[in-house]
Design a protein around this ligand. Structure first.
Ligand code: ADP
Length: 753
């Protein structure tokens, strides 16, 4: 009888080139997914340097080796730039070192340089092995066991400069650092009425500068892909600053991308810009070059969750990769993980850089894509000191903006963008104060250009908001207010109560002719519990608030063998709990969707006790507030306490309203701005066509789409007040896998390949 040799797959992971926040979460995910699949996983220290050095620089990784790293910036396995690897002799040594460890499957986390290097290595692999055999550095059998080098690349780059993925690992966190810095600079600039130039990273990609400009409400942004037009751009830029001051703006901020050039291709440096601004503005202009702080600090929730997903996919992909397969890049497109031939992405990235070098800016912008261009156009309007002159024959309409439901961070950015974009089209804009109460009680203000200046970074709702639903007699007052102000269209930025108000108005149109006007609802709710949209405004901020609080709680607990039960918001929608759990490495997440049983709780007590006995120092359980009516947070804490004996202690923490507060994250500000821009375009078009559609907007599969407000309830699981479809449920198994105390498979038995 022949015995089949058990082949245990072996992979290695490494980080290379510039470090990026989120690399640790990716490494953790690759290692744990591989181990869970029964593979052996190695880490290569310091990128290609470690590969060329070999020996202990390529070391086996165990489950616990990647514990406690998810919240750390940088990369715990080190990164480097390695000159030797650029030449064949360096790659020959690297190949020998890998073969000696029996490795030919690699997950490489780095920028386009590192990934290009990886592909060259792959292409040369057969000839490298031949040379190693010929020079008797490896045996024929060793070479035969590894006919192919399998490469899977993840893009770690704060610059978001890689084509083929919507976003790279680290870009969101870098944007957090930039936004925090510009918010801080804005307050000192405003105190002294000063102008600042803030230079941000990005190499050939203006993503960070553009997004930071939208998120912070900067006055001017310079990016490599779209230099300012015209001979007199310097004068126009300075006039915007001066006009802004005249209109009452106290600070002037120019965001400069480090790779920015003018139309002639000459570099626009911070000092050149300073000279231009000082000579026109006749005041001192300060320069802040943000530099490496942009690479630093704890990764954002988005980067941790993105990296965890990508790492999981990459490990699976490289383990299952078949002979002859191409090098692949794993990225994200329209909120879904995708893989694409790596070199196709690298080539496209280089063609964008070449286009900028050749001053073919139209091509560069086209390569960046539709959203990039659209964001740039929106920014150009938002930064104006005052709206465009309106032609005399223009017929202005009246639009009203209302915030509804709980305050969701980003509401103000959305309101500001909607107001300015409408004013710029020559319309009258009304702000309805305190939600539906304002429509009932005639609490209406007119919003001018400067009235919402400085709103983008503000949390809460400057207009005021309310969860109230109008009782029947009050619809009459609402109709009267709409008629009194001649309101032609309404934009509602809010949560379920906003949608419900819109739906109530919609269903009473037969009784009130005033209700025959178009309306659009923008999803804004920290709970992410609205239908037909993958995300709501405010959710990202809440998630980051949860993550930051839990990071602190974990730090406090680690010294004392303690388990924490942390309760987060979301009512019966488990989005915050699940994504918060993924971002913080919680070992257990309780949600209403999944349900909680006494068997689950008993198993959790048993697992936790065993893990603490095994040397675990910290336990983290995240519970969605309405996960179960009886097995409450307090119940769970007491149950664990009673069963844990003196092995570990248990505390509970109900995070409460800190989840709703604080400055909105860059994503929430930008997302609110995009939704507002799209919604007001729709509203204007409807008004123009004499239509009275009442709609809600959402983001699905990368598209912004509108749905009739009558559909809202149909798309909801009404009993549980959450959408019927929740895309993120598919992430639960990944979160569960990564947070386990040990792999499931028995390695000795595994036979994946
Ligand atoms: P990033 O990966 O962040 O773009 P680099 O371009 O500096 O950073 O690349 C990191 C490392 O990847 C380099 O130091 C080198 O070891 C390797 N590398 C980059 N480009 C190549 C290439 N064309 N051929 C071989 N190795 C390369």
């Amino acid at each position: 009888m022949s015995t089949m040799k058990t082949l245990k797959p072996r992979i290695a992971v490494m980080t290379s080139g510039g470090d990026a926040q989120g690399m640790n979460a990716a490494v953790r995910s690759v290692v744990r997914t591989a181990l869970d699949m029964g593979a052996d996983c190695f880490a290569i220290q310091d990128g290609y340097s470690g590969m060329v050095a070999g020996g202990d620089e390529i070391r086996p990784m165990h489950w616990g080796d990647v514990g406690g790293i998810i919240h750390r910036g940088g990369t715990v396995i080190g990164t480097a730039r390695c000159l030797e690897f650029r030449a064949r002799p360096g790659r020959l040594t690297a190949a020998k070192n890998l073969i000696q460890k029996d490795i030919s499957r690699l997950v490489i986390i780095g920028g386009d340089g590192s990934l290009t290097g990886a592909n060259t290595f792959k292409n040369e692999w057969p000839s490298l092995l031949e040379e190693l055999v010929d020079t008797q550095q490896i045996t024929l059998a060793q070479a035969a066991a590894h006919p192919d080098l399998h490469i899977v690349g993840l893009v770690g780059s704060i610059d978001n400069d890689m084509c083929g993925t919507d976003i790279t690992i680290g870009a969101d966190t870098a944007l957090h650092r930039i936004t925090e810095a510009i918010d801080a600079i804005s307050s000192t600039a405003a105190s002294h009425q000063r102008a600042f130039i803030v230079e941000v990273m990005g190499r050939n990609c203006g993503y960070l500068a553009l997004m930071a400009g939208i998120a912070t409400g900067a006055d001017w942004v310079l990016i490599p892909e779209n230099p300012p037009n015209g001979e007199d751009w310097e004068k126009r830029m300075c006039n915007i600053m001066l006009d802004g001051r005249k209109e009452g703006r106290r600070d002037s901020i120019v965001v400069l991308s480090e790779g920015a050039v003018d139309r002639q291709g000459r570099e626009i440096t911070a000092s050149r810009l300073q000279g231009i601004l000082e000579s026109h503005m006749e005041e001192e202009v300060r320069i802040t070059i943000l530099g490496h702080v942009q690479r630093g600090g704890t990764p954002s929730a988005f980067d941790r969750n993105l990296s965890s997903q990508l790492g999981w996919y990459a490990a699976k992909y490289v383990i299952e990769s078949q002979p002859g397969s191409e090098s692949m890049m794993i990225g994200i497109e329209n909120n879904r993980v995708i893989h694409k031939p790596l070199m196709q992405c690298v080539r496209m990235t280089h063609s964008c850089n070449d286009a900028i070098g050749n001053r073919d800016f139209r091509t560069a912008l086209n390569i960046r894509g539709h959203n990039f261009k659209r964001n740039f156009r929106i920014l150009r309007t938002l930064v104006r000191a005052r709206p465009h002159e309106i032609p005399a024959d223009h017929q202005p309409k009246t639009f009203a903006i209302m915030n509804c439901g709980g305050p969701a961070p980003g509401m103000n950015a959305g309101t500001r963008a909607a107001a300015r974009l409408l004013l710029d089209q020559g319309h009258k804009v009304l702000g309805i104060q305190r939600g539906i109460k304002g429509l009932i009680n005639d609490w209406i203000i007119e919003l001018g250009w400067m009235d919402c200046n400085g709103w983008a970074p503000l949390g809460g709702s400057e207009l005021g908001t309310s969860r109230r639903l109008p009782p029947e007699p009050e619809f009459y007052s609402i109709a009267q207010t709409i008629e009194r102000y001649n309101i032609d269209g309404i934009l509602i930025i809010g949560g379920i109560s906003g949608y419900t108000v819109a739906n109530m108005i919609n269903s009473r149109r037969d009784h009130f002719p005033a209700f025959h006007i178009p309306m659009v609802c923008i999803p804004a709710s920290i709970d992410n519990d609205l239908p037909d949209t993958e995300l709501s405004v405010g959710t990202d901020t809440a998630l980051n608030n949860i993550m930051n609080a839990v990071d602190k709680i974990k730090q406090s607990a680690v010294a004392s063998n303690r388990a924490f039960v942390v309760e987060v918001m979301g009512r019966r929608c488990g989005y915050l709990a699940t994504m918060g759990g993924l971002a913080t490495g919680a070992e257990r997440v309780y949600t209403h969707e999944e349900g909680v049983t006494i068997e689950d709780l008993s198993a959790d007590v048993r697992d936790l006790t065993a893990a603490f006995k095994d040397g675990k120092k910290l336990g983290l359980l995240i519970r969605s507030e309405d996960a179960h009516p009886v097995y409450t947070t307090d119940f769970t804490r007491r149950l664990l306490e009673a069963e844990s004996g003196d092995i570990f202690s248990v505390r509970q923490s109900v995070l409460g309203h800190i989840q709703q507060g604080g400055d909105p994250t860059p994503f929430d500000r930008i997302f609110a701005t995009r939704l507002a821009a799209e919604s007001i375009d729709k509203l204007q078009a409807l008004v123009k066509d004499n239509r009275d559609d009442q709609l809600y907007i959402g983001l699905k599969n990368g598209e912004l789409t509108f749905n009739p407000v009558e559909d809202f309830l149909r798309q909801m699981d009404q009993e549980n007040a959450r959408p019927r479809e929740q895309w993120w449920l598919e992430l639960m198994p990944i979160a569960q896998l990564l947070a386990k105390s040990e792999p499931t498979v028995d390695h000795a038995q595994s036979n994946v390949l």
